[in-house]
Design a protein around this ligand. Structure first.
Ligand code: GDP
Ligand code: IMO
Ligand code: MG
Length: 424
């Protein structure tokens, strides 16, 4: 298996971290290909619970190299903080981390700019406040600051201070607000300059690993429906979330991809604003939130919860070219008398996907549900397919049929061994 790409099929938080950690067992390297510290990937291990924001989720496996590709945006303070937190809990990553010199750095001005656009805006997105959007904006208007720029420290520092001045001027910052930005910028410069030891050529290193028959996992962040091209624009993030982006970010050709694995939650969640056809803003949603502990890993915000959406699952599976799917958090649905699954939208049942893709607002679609019987048994931690209650198996098979790819793994709890593999 050369490169294995892992992507989220919904609006993020599908349980990518857990599955990347699982698959990293036989990988040489795990490389993040999108986003920044807006991500929050949880991995529960016997050593404890880790929430990774910037580091690839594979680094909790000893000996697996961690990489961050050029399509990511990196907040140096957040990254260094994460490295030292891990070291304090006994996991050393400094000697096996490689960050592309082409990543763009999240300057403190980006968070200031984001705070203004989220509070004063006519259209609030409900972002994570990590400066992600404004950093990508700077990148594409060709004024961004890249990690490789630290090779000329004096020029780098001058540009960072100039960026702070430009921000202060644009938003009319004065007094303590301006002082805070100046202070944060100096801390940012110092942290960035101390990252020299991690800078390297991710694309070349991956090619060497593949030449030696190693396996690389490309770890996606966020989810397909938050992708700026294919998601529910404008309520999206700014990094590209779909599987194709792994090639451009990490610098390998599509012919190096062995397989694409989609991660699908057994129900739907979304944080922030934007369309969510199967949302249950009622007692059902509350019940799912409570059972699944659906609060943001990065921001702590309550996640919006709802039923599974077979139309969007099929859309995301096709867009990413998923070879197979891992279904996660199935245990959360135990105890529901009945479960609903959206099988189509009422608006033109013949051409659901075509309508969705040609830009008809998702909000105008009325989901049509199939009702399935639930199961009473607690399935948390189950590891055998045959031991699942028949109604749980029927639920999985229904989603499999709707999504259009085999569900080869089922996660039944947060721990490493809470997993059913149907393929071995
Ligand atoms: P990611 O961003 O896709 O990596 O997902 P998050 O870590 O943000 O959210 C997934 C949450 O569900 C985390 O708290 C995980 O520990 C937890 N989790 C993952 N898989 C399962 C599962 O199968 N069952 C339960 N109950 N929790 C899970
Ligand atoms: P992981 O990798 C869930 C959402 C935000 C907001 C929108 C834009 O843990 O699955 P941004 O700060 O990126 O500009 O916010 O995207 N969002 C996520 N939602 N999981 C994530 O990451 C997310 N990253 C961003 O809530 O709606
Ligand atoms: Mg998350």
């Amino acid at each position: 298996m050369p490169v294995r790409i892992i992507v989220g099929l919904q609006w993020g938080d599908e349980g990518k971290g857990k599955m990347v950690d699982h698959l990293a067992l036989d990988a040489s390297a795990v490389a993040r290909f999108s986003g920044g510290a807006n991500a929050g990937h949880t991995v529960e291990t016997p050593m404890g619970r880790y929430a990774l924001h910037m580091l690839p989720s594979g680094v909790l496996r000893q000996g697996v190299a961690g990489m961050i590709g050029s399509g990511c945006v990196v907040d140096p303070l957040a990254l260094l903080g994460e490295i030292s937190d891990l070291e304090n809990s006994g996991v050393t990553v400094a000697d096996r981390l490689l960050v592309s010199g082409k990543v763009h750095l999240v300057h403190p001005a980006a968070r200031v700019s984001e705070a203004f656009s989220e509070t004063g805006a006519d259209r609030k997105i409900g972002t994570t406040g990590r400066g992600i959007g404004p950093t990508y904006v700077e990148k594409f208007r060709r004024r961004g600051i890249r990690l490789e720029d630290i090779s000329l420290p004096a020029q780098f520092s001058a540009r960072c201070r100039e960026r702070a001045d430009r921000c202060a001027q644009e938003f009319g910052l004065e007094g303590t607000a301006r002082e805070a930005l100046v202070r944060d910028t100096e801390a940012f410069i110092e942290a960035s300059l101390s990252m020299a030891r991690y800078v390297g050529d991710v694309s070349y290193t991956i090619s060497r690993i593949l030449e030696e028959n190693g396996t690389v996992i490309a770890e996606g962040a966020q989810g397909t429906l938050l992708d700026p091209d294919h998601g529910t624009y404008p309520y999206v993030t700014c990094g590209q979330c779909v599987s194709g982006a792994a090639c451009t970010s990490l610098g390998f050709g599509p012919n190096r991809v062995g397989e694409v694995v989609g991660i699908l939650k057994a129900y739907s969640t979304r944080v922030g604003e934007g369309p969510f056809p199967t949302e249950q803003a009622n007692e059902t949603g509350e019940r799912i939130r409570k059972a699944g502990n659906e609060y943001g890993t990065t921001t702590g915000r309550p996640r919006r919860c709802g039923w599974s959406d077979g139309v969007l699952a099929r859309y995301a599976t096709r867009l990413n070219g998923c070879d197979w799917i891992t279904l996660t958090l199935l245990d959360v649905l135990s105890g529901f008398e009945e479960l609903q699954v959206c099988t189509r939208y009422e608006l033109d049942p013949e051409q659901d996907l075509a309508l969705f893709e040609t830009g008809v607002r998702l909000g105008a679609h009325i989901p049509v549900y199939e009702t399935l019987p639930g199961w009473k048994e607690d399935i948390r931690g189950e590891t055998r397919w045959d031991a699942l209650p028949p109604n749980a198996r029927r639920y999985v098979e229904t989603l499999e049929r709707l999504a259009g790819a085999p569900i080869r793994a089922i996660s039944t709890g947060p721990d490493r061994d809470h997993l059913i593999r149907r393929d071995n």
